[in-house]
Design a binder for this molecule. Structure first.
Ligand code: AMP
Length: 278
């Protein structure tokens, strides 16, 4: 079957087939991380829909909406290669016709950690994701653990608003040296890229420890070694379901998350750690 490109709601409706549908929401500039999500969608469903939409609602006024990479023709090649059935690529006016008033609030969980640095970001993410769910009506949707707080908030939204879709989380795909793949990595110069390795190194150093204080200390030490060109935004050790800070006596799985600016590029990464195992 040829890949169908749906540019609006009517195209999308016409592309719908019998059987189960899996949705992979993306902002394009597709890389191996997106490919791994698409493959998981493929094995779990009859029809795979990939959305490619750079969502203005989730960018702050001083963020990189206008310079976010847009590589649509290459993205179509990736989707063809991965056996995607439908690419949904709406325009901003198709997604947000004039007169819009109502949106999703991510609540307190959307205002901590990444949400504290990017006010309104998760409201924008949840609003577009809920719209995509309503437009595509997937049985399953696949999201990356790379954006751990986003994944946790989408699970929260689906539970809180009784959205009839199964959410699948997929592991972070990394370069062989540890750098998490990101559409924004293409902004990095060779020197920036070396500095950016400090993020995954710090997470690995933290994850080798077993208690919150030691994890934070080990990660901060490695971040400091990366030098002043790595401008730390936050390092947070949080409960994976709520994204609140864990206490020293916390037991079980936690997320160690980091955000930093390298040059003009803001990068995020995280790993799962097991605290105080008995
Ligand atoms: P984006 O296009 O950056 O909005 O990401 C679209 C989806 O791909 C989200 O669910 C991301 O979490 C996921 N994703 C981005 N980078 C990676 C990666 N390196 N590994 C796995 N999933 C990723």
């Amino acid at each position: 079957m040829d890949l169908i490109v749906a540019r609006n709601r009517a195209d999308l409706l016409a592309a719908r087939r019998e059987g189960t549908v899996a949705l992979v929401p993306t902002m394009g500039a597709l890389h191996e991380g997106h490919r791994s999500l698409i493959r998981q969608a493929r094995v779990r469903s009859d029809q795979v829909v990939v959305s490619i939409f750079v969502n203005p609602l989730q960018f702050g006024p001083s963020e990189d909406f206008s310079r976010y990479p847009r590589t649509f023709d290459d993205d179509l090649d990736v989707c063809r290669d991965e056996g995607v059935d439908v690419v949904f690529h709406p325009g901003v006016d198709d997604m947000y016709p004039p007169g819009r008033q109502v949106s999703v609030s991510a609540g307190e969980m959307g205002r901590v950690v990444e949400g504290a640095s990017r006010p309104g970001h998760f409201d924008g993410v949840l609003t577009v994701v809920l719209k995509l769910f309503n437009l595509v009506r997937p049985d399953l949707a696949v999201f990356g653990q790379k954006d751990a707080q986003q994944l946790a908030l989408i699970r929260r939204m689906v539970a809180d608003l009784d959205v009839p879709v199964e959410i699948l989380g997929a592991p972070t795909v990394r370069e062989s040296d540890g750098l998490a793949l990101s559409s924004r990595n293409r902004y990095l110069s060779d020197d920036d890229r070396k500095v950016a390795l400090g993020l995954s190194r710090a997470l690995r150093a933290g994850a080798a420890q077993l208690t919150p204080d030691k994890i934070r200390t080990a990660a901060h030490e490695v971040l400091a070694q990366a030098g002043p060109r790595l401008e730390l935004d936050y390092l947070a050790l949080v409960d994976p379901a709520t994204f609140t800070d864990v206490s020293e006596s916390y037991h079980g799985m936690a997320v160690l998350a980091v955000a930093a600016r390298v040059g003009s590029t803001r990068l995020i990464d995280n790993v799962t750690v097991t605290l105080n195992p008995s």
